[in-house]
Design a protein around this ligand. Structure first.
Ligand code: UFG
Length: 335
């Protein structure tokens, strides 16, 4: 049975699925500042209750259709933002069932509850993983979608569902394909914390903090210094794009599929060097083999979002992203 930490109301609001997670919790704070009323739905499998200030938190799982029905029956949502998914590429190869169950089936239940309760605005966290191995960079939205693993497949399957629901039932949606989310809101409460952590920046900062090592997965890529290049985007810039997408849908305008990145790439080696400079610590590096399925270069062409959403990333310097992430790691978590 679902449990609730706060009472439910009938106020118009935004359902933030996965609102206790890294990007979701930043979005919740951003929505609140923009005058919306976020209601968080999270199963707390990877999210953190301490990331939530005084918003309503409904604890439960999107794979539970009866539970979703109860939530939609007791609220009037203006839109749904969906951040909840399992995200580890390697795990998805070993345990695809988990990815199709949580990501695809959970989202299907969510869309069906929206259909039943006539909520037709949806903003989905998609991923650059839908593109697979890039055929060219920077990657625009017309790049073929050829995911390489069940995680990427699950994101693409959901996008297909969204397109079909839009066609048949008039769903209005944005699918936002993130490149590499990074940083944190210095005024907030949540650093990037996944358990287990697999992402580069938090691992590099953890190595700096704990005086451990970071393993570089491959130095023989055809890049500037042999290490993989990624397009890191500040979490607050992601939030801004979501807010613009929400306002677009509420304004009755059309959604679509958009890349979210800065269009600028940094190598793994550059990340380590900048982190060392930000933390004022030397970071011990181990050399590892290539990680399976890592493309050499992933850089977004974000022009569509810039043109159509009037969005512009503000924190494009990796140093700023790392500084903000480091500040949050160093900040004691208040109860
Ligand atoms: N890396 C290391 N050492 C580590 C961790 C990562 O060298 O300990 C490297 C990776 O090989 C990669 C780069 O750092 O080249 C970035 O790796 P991350 O795991 O931080 O991020 P990814 O680019 O693998 O993943 C991101 C998103 C995924 C999404 C993927 C799309 O976090 O959700 O982009 O390809 F699926």
């Amino acid at each position: 049975m679902p449990t609730e930490s706060k009472s439910l109301t009938k106020l118009p609001s935004i359902l933030v699925v996965g609102g206790a997670g890294y990007i979701g919790s930043h979005m919740v704070a951003y929505l609140r500042r923009a005058g919306f009323i976020p209601v968080i739905l999270d199963n707390l499998s990877t999210g953190h209750q301490d990331a939530i200030l005084d918003e309503k938190l409904v604890i439960g799982d999107i794979t539970d259709a009866a539970f979703l029905d109860q939530i939609f029956a007791s609220h009037h949502f203006a839109a749904v933002m969906h951040f909840a998914s399992v995200i580890q590429v390697e795990e998805s190869v070993k345990a695809p069932q988990k990815y199709y169950h949580n990501n695809v089936m959970g989202t299907l239940h969510l869309l069906n509850a929206m259909l039943k309760w006539k909520v037709n605005r949806f903003i989905f966290s998609s991923s650059a993983a839908v593109y697979g191995e890039p055929l060219y960079t920077p990657i625009d939205e017309n790049h073929p979608v050829l995911p390489l693993n069940p995680y990427g497949h699950s994101k693409r399957m959901i996008e297909q569902m969204l397109e079909d629901y839009a066609h048949a039932y008039g769903l209005q949606f944005f699918s936002l394909r993130y490149f590499n989310a990074a940083g944190a809101d210095p005024a907030g409460k949540l650093a990037e914390r996944h358990e287990p952590e697999t992402h580069l920046i938090p691992l590099v900062l953890r190595a700096a903090q704990d005086k451990t090592s970071i393993t570089v997965f491959g130095r023989d890529y055809p890049t500037v210094d042999g290490t993989c290049v990624r397009d890191y985007i500040h979490v607050l810039d992601l939030c801004e794009a979501h807010l613009l997408a929400l306002k677009t849908l509420i304004g009755g305008k059309q959604g679509g599929i958009y890349n979210l990145g800065t269009g600028q790439g940094y190598s793994v080696q550059q990340v380590i060097e900048i982190a060392s400079c930000v933390t004022q610590r030397s970071i011990s590096v181990l050399e590892g083999a290539r990680r399976l399925g890592d493309p050499a270069i992933l850089i977004a062409d974000p022009k569509r979002a810039m043109r159509k959403l009037n969005w512009k990333p503000h924190y494009t310097e990796l140093k700023k992203m790392i500084e903000d992430a480091w500040a949050m790691i160093r900040k004691p978590i208040s109860p």
